[in-house]
Write a protein that binds this ligand. Structure first.
Ligand code: NAP
Length: 257
């Protein structure tokens, strides 16, 4: 006898915080969790037309300890607890002259946005996650974390995401006895306003058209924000209950190539 899954109710009663949920991949993740019945808070510095209407918006600059505190307390006040944390806020500028040309303050900024944000926020909401019957954390990394060739202009971003991967693996083992699962989702090139602009600006400076990036993707198209959101939804749901410490690459085969 086959049983049918009702994905529209899968996350009913679950409470989720998605950082960087005002647009792009974070907005798609937030919308996917809302569609599955979760109550969702999204955080960013400001909301815009992409921000899911069904989510509660909390503002804060996630690069600073004060910003993280504001996001954590705003989310916990709105939700009354927390079951799902998606550390998605991230990104960086590119430096066409390569790794050695990246200024110190950019290294600090990129580590604050892509690594310390997740470390600090996870610590801030950990007491609430420990109260949850089935808590799940998903950290959003990047294929840049494991790239060498071609990654020089993003060396700081690559290093911060690689550190996030390592931190997530360790955290998964540490928190497993509390039944808090921690996984990583690693997108390849996904079309968002932020990344499209970066690839265009960077491509113009390097004389490399945006389409050239596609040659590295065996499935031959940009990823969509929904491609990433779907895997996050699986990981935080009951279907993912025996998954922890894993890194899921959603990259159209880019890493395999
Ligand atoms: N798109 C891709 O091709 C791709 C590929 C690999 C990995 N990723 C990763 O996927 C995640 C999302 O990428 P995306 O392309 O969707 O990015 P995006 O469109 O630029 O959106 C970034 C989100 O993070 C928020 N954010 C940025 N700086 C912040 C700050 N200082 N404080 C608080 N919130 C901040 C932004 O809102 P505000 O600006 O209003 O604060 C926005 O909601 C990132 O971690 C990125 O590294 C993306």
């Amino acid at each position: 006898m086959s049983s049918k899954l009702d994905l529209s109710k899968e996350l009913l009663g679950r409470r989720a915080l998605v950082t960087g949920g005002s647009r792009g991949i974070g907005a798609a993740i937030a919308q996917r969790l809302l569609d599955a019945g979760a109550k969702v808070v999204v955080s960013a510095r400001s909301r815009n037309e992409e921000t899911p209407a069904g989510a509660t918006f909390v503002s804060g600059d996630i690069r600073t300890p004060e910003g993280v505190k504001a996001i954590a307390s705003g989310a916990l006040a709105a939700l009354g607890g927390l079951d799902i944390l998606v550390n998605n806020a991230g990104g960086s500028n590119g430096f066409p002259a390569g790794a050695a040309s990246i200024p110190d303050e950019e290294w600090q900024d990129v580590f604050a946005l892509n690594l310390f944000s997740s470390v600090r926020l996870t610590q801030a909401v950990l007491p609430a996650l420990r109260e949850s019957k089935a808590a799940a954390v998903v950290n959003i990394s990047s294929t840049a974390a494991t790239m060498g060739a071609g990654a020089g202009p993003f060396a700081h971003y690559s290093a911060a995401k690689a550190a996030l991967d390592a931190y997530s693996r360790v955290l998964a083992v540490d928190l497993a006895p509390s039944n808090i699962r921690v996984n990583v989702v690693t997108p390849g090139p996904v079309s968002t306003v932020g990344s499209d602009t970066l690839r265009k600006t960077f491509g113009d400076a390097m004389g490399m058209p945006a389409e050239a990036w596609l040659q590295a993707v065996p499935l031959g198209r940009w990823g969509t924000t929904d491609d990433v959101a779907e895997v996050v939804a699986l990981l935080v749901s009951e279907r993912g209950k025996w998954l922890t410490g894993v890194n899921y690459r959603v990259d159209g085969g880019m890493t395999a190539r």
